[in-house]
Design a protein around this ligand. Structure first.
Ligand SMILES: NC(=O)c1ccc[n+]([C@@H]2O[C@H](COP(=O)([O-])OP(=O)(O)OC[C@H]3O[C@@H](n4cnc5c(N)ncnc54)[C@H](OP(=O)(O)O)[C@@H]3O)[C@@H](O)[C@H]2O)c1
Length: 200
C-alpha cells in the first residue's frame, strides 16, 4: 500500500469513504476538490490540474473519485451537456494520468472512477455510458503503455448512500465503505489496465 496519496473528490460520497479506508491503512491522504479540501482544483480545467500537481509533488498514488457527467435523455442533451461531461469526468480524469504520471513514484498507482453504466446503460445514460466506456478504453490502453506505474479504474454500481439521498431504497445499492475497498484493491493490484468492479 502507498504511503502518500492524492485523492481528488475526497469530500464526496465515495471519496470520503476512500479517504477513511486509506487513512485506516496509515496512508497520508492529500485531499482535493473544488472546495473544502487540502487542495482546491477544478478537474475540468487542465491548467488547474497541472498547478495542483505541481503543488502536491511526488506521491505513491493518485486516486480520483470525482468527475461529473450528466444524466439527460439523448435527444434533450445539449452541446453543453456533452462538452461539460467530456471535459469533466472523461478528460478531467485522463488529464490526471497525462499530467500526474510524472508525480507518481515508480511502482505506484493511479486509480480512476468509471461506472456500471458503461456496461449496463439505461434510458437517459447515453452521455454517462459514453464517458464511462471511454474511460475504460483509456485505462486498458494506458495500463499497457505506462509500465512504471499501474493505471486502473473502479467501476461502482449504485451506492447505497446515494440512493438514500435520492429518496430511493438503499438496499439496492452498495455501502460506500464497501465500494471504497474496491479502490484499496485497485491500488494494491500488481497489474495495470484493470477495471475493478464495485457492483453485483
Ligand atoms: N454515487 C454513486 O452511486 C455512483 C455510482 C457509479 C459511479 N459513480 C461515480 O463516482 C464518482 C464519485 O461519485 P460520488 O457519488 O461520490 O460524487 P459526489 O458525492 O458528488 O462527490 C464528488 C466529489 O468530487 C468533487 N468534485 C466535483 N466536481 C469536481 C471538479 N470539477 N473538480 C474537482 N473535484 C470535483 C466534489 O467536491 P466539490 O463539489 O467541492 O468539488 C466531491 O468531493 C463520480 O464520477 C460518479 O459518476 C458514483
Amino acid at each position: 500500500m502507498s504511503t502518500r496519496a492524492l485523492l481528488v473528490g475526497a469530500t464526496g460520497t465515495i471519496g470520503s469513504a476512500v479517504a477513511a479506508a486509506l487513512r485506516a491503512e496509515a496512508v497520508e491522504v492529500v485531499s482535493a476538490a473544488r472546495s473544502g479540501a487540502d487542495e482546491s482544483v477544478d478537474l475540468s480545467d487542465p491548467g488547474d490540474v497541472r498547478a495542483m500537481l505541481a503543488r502536491v509533488g511526488t506521491v505513491d498514488a493518485i486516486v480520483s473519485c470525482a468527475g461529473a457527467a450528466r444524466f439527460v435523455p439523448l435527444l434533450d442533451a445539449t452541446d453543453e451537456d456533452w462538452s461539460f461531461s467530456l471535459a469533466n469526468k472523461l478528460m478531467g480524469q485522463i488529464n490526471l494520468v497525462r499530467f500526474g504520471a510524472a508525480n507518481v513514484r515508480d511502482g505506484g498507482s493511479i486509480t480512476l472512477t468509471t461506472g456500471v453504466l458503461a456496461e449496463r446503460p439505461m434510458p437517459g445514460s447515453s452521455i454517462i455510458s459514453t464517458v464511462n466506456a471511454g474511460l475504460q478504453g483509456f485505462v486498458r490502453s494506458a495500463g499497457l503503455e505506462l509500465t512504471a506505474l499501474r493505471v486502473n479504474a473502479v467501476s461502482p454500481g449504485w451506492v447505497a448512500e446515494t440512493l438514500s439521498a435520492m429518496g430511493k431504497d438503499p438496499s439496492a445499492g452498495i455501502p460506500a465503505a464497501q465500494v471504497a475497498q474496491a479502490y484499496v484493491r485497485a491500488m494494491s493490484t500488481v497489474v495495470g489496465g484493470e477495471i475493478v468492479p464495485a457492483h453485483p
